[in-house]
Design a binder for this molecule. Sequence first.
Ligand code: XMP
Length: 517
Amino acid sequence: PVLVVDFGAQYAQLIARRVREANIYSEVVPHTASVDELLAKDPAAIVLSGGPSSVYEEGAPELDRAVLEAGVPVFGMCYGFQAMVQALGGTVAHTGLGEYGSTPATVSDATSTLFNGQPHEQSVWMSHGDSVTEAPEGMQVTASTAGAPVAAFEDDERRLYGVQWHPEVMHSTFGQRVLENFLYKGAGITGDWTAANVVEELVGAIREQVGESRVLCALSGGVDSSVAAALVQKAVGDQLTCVFVDHGLLRANEAEQVEKDFVAATGVDLVVVDAKERFLSALAGVSDPEEKRKIIGREFIRVFEQAARDVVGSRGDDEHPVEFLVQGTLYPDVVESGGGTGAANIKSHHNVGGLPDDLQFKLVEPLRSLFKDEVRQVGLELGVPEAIVWRQPFPGPGLGIRIVGEVTAERLEVLRAADAIARHELTAAGLDRDIWQCPVVLLGDVRSVGVQGDGRTYGHPIVLRPVSSEDAMTADWTRVPYDVLAKISTRITNEVREVNRVVLDVTSKPPGTIEWE
Ligand code: XMP
């Protein structure tokens, strides 16, 4: 792999993704990893990320010079660049000429390994207070900016490279090209990390892990569990059984897509549990959001547990018991929980919603090396229906937390109809990829006066909550064009009884959350 050493900024995961966009497998490792630990992974190259510290600060993370002497190609960015300078004996100084944001850079050698064929003037994204004033011996300086006389250096002999800026962010115009030049030309790596190869590799790994045992998967209809199930199905075929709990809180067509399209496309053995009535009666009379979430979570576990026991009883036998449970854990979860298997397991186990301990499953986590966009590519490669592959995030408790007030069958029907219209129009306007997700919320406890035809109405408002985001931790409201909003509003008020008003949520997160409950 290409190892991305994380010097404590948010950039390491982004760099790892950029490396993979070059079709090269990458992993994030903490800067506390020793040289031996790094080399044990047999890295094809090492990328040193940016970080928040100054190399001069007390306790600032240091780069062991041995990393640069191991014969492995290294590329330092920002803090990683300065750490290289410090380790190799150049000078980093506080010059008072910090640069932040888009900065013009001058490339002095446009035939070099990093800048081959690029313009001499380019825009790069900077974020540095200290500057390199003197390059280490043997380094050729190939770019500079007003505040950074040494903004890039290269040494083809030792295969050591670095830039002061952040090539991984979009605002660096030639950032991806510079990174790819390092990977392909500097390090001589061939890009063969493609969806097809990934599928082949993962399928092999699943077969090895699972052997002859049976596997269970809780299918939610979301991208992750669907792609994970499709992979396991490809690997071990009918040793896999999927359980889909229909809690009646899904959007229009979602249950059908899983029951019909997904099964048709992948051939999985699917057990559908119709638990709509059960969830509705458990939710009757409840308006408090936290209580609704608790009830839905609790009922889900009970239903799934029962289904799992049924499957264990009917599908497993003494020789081939149901031993494994599929989990759609993604790479960011693994990195964030320290990368160690133990920590990641605790978190992913929790994802299922706390499965009963006495079921004692081992986990199969086929997506734990993948980012979300890669999961989608793998899904497409496996023939998972596009409607599922491109599905926007949808909360486990579903429409149950998008009805403010009590959840009833009638209100669910109203919300489902309004939501289907909004989704249809946003898709028709080509906005799906611009919008992270668009919750549609029914204010069940609010009524307002309206007029329709000759009559006064007293109906419920529908809230549109389109948001743009990268990871759902923060979000901004999406500037959906007025004509699209107008169309959604007109259609919903005309076609959905009970709704006489459509409003737009223009709150960022924070202070608002994405969901209303
Ligand atoms: P909030 O509302 O906290 O949502 O800004 C952040 C993201 O998480 C989703 N979400 C959930 N997902 N189970 C889930 O699987 C939940 O209980 C849940 N609550 C919120 C939400 O849709 C958004 O993408």
